[in-house]
Design a protein around this ligand. Structure first.
Ligand code: 5GP
Length: 194
């Protein structure tokens, strides 16, 4: 499951809350050259590395996809995702839009969920309230949000994050429905009894 959405849409909180109630859901920790924000922990929120190391890993083919976003590099480590796919473990990740579409091309069974907020004003307010980004960084993130919103139809689901409870309920419903798809039945295994 791939959750994308503008910076400030609340996807970090939502994915965090979902993982609390779905402890078997694996999470792909991305690699980034961005500096850690206050409270971010190495190996939990991201693997924080310097640009030369990122470029070396990219050249070695260690990323399933990687992108530059607001001046920093982000990448999805290949091995962890492939291991989850092999073992049939459900996995969640939250790349930006072009990364999400790259994942879908590589794994067509990926479920793409776009998370957004009721209006641009709400987005601006949330980014300002978060207080973790500079004025110019916020402006860059808002401009990216406008471009990303235009791609929403390439996603399987759209969730408007009005309240965390409602958005979490919607995300859980998507997960539950996707798990019941006949296309996901493993060959040779009996169908689960209701
Ligand atoms: P932030 O700096 O706010 O943590 O993340 C900035 C953007 O990068 C967000 O839209 C986030 O979803 C995206 N992002 C995080 N990890 C990855 C990744 O591994 N690949 C891609 N393509 N985008 C990522």
């Amino acid at each position: 499951m791939v959750v994308s959405g503008p910076s400030g849409s609340g996807k970090d909180t939502l994915v965090f809350e979902l993982r609390k109630i779905e402890p078997k859901l694996a999470y792909s920790v991305s690699v980034t050259t961005r500096a850690p924000r206050a409270g971010e922990i190495e190996g939990v929120h991201y693997h924080f590395i310097q640009r030369p190391e990122f470029e070396r890993l990219a050249a070695q083919g260690e990323f399933l996809e990687s992108r530059e976003y607001a001046g920093n590099l982000y990448g999805t480590p290949k091995h962890f995702v492939e291991e989850c796919m092999r073992s049939g473990r459900d996995l969640i990740m939250k790349p930006e839009v072009s990364g999400a579409l790259a994942i879908k091309r590589r794994f067509p069974s990926a479920v793409l969920v776009f998370l957004t907020v009721p209006s641009n004003e709400v987005l601006e307010r949330r980014l300002a309230e978060r207080g973790t980004d500079s004025q110019s960084d916020r402006a860059a993130r808002l401009a990216i949000a406008q471009r990303e919103a235009a791609q929403v139809r390439q996603y399987d689901y759209l969730i408007i994050n009005d309240t965390v409870e409602a958005a979490l309920g919607a995300l859980r419903s998507v997960l539950a429905a996707e798990r019941l798809k006949t296309a996901r039945l493993v060959q040779g295994e009996p169908a689960p009894t209701p």
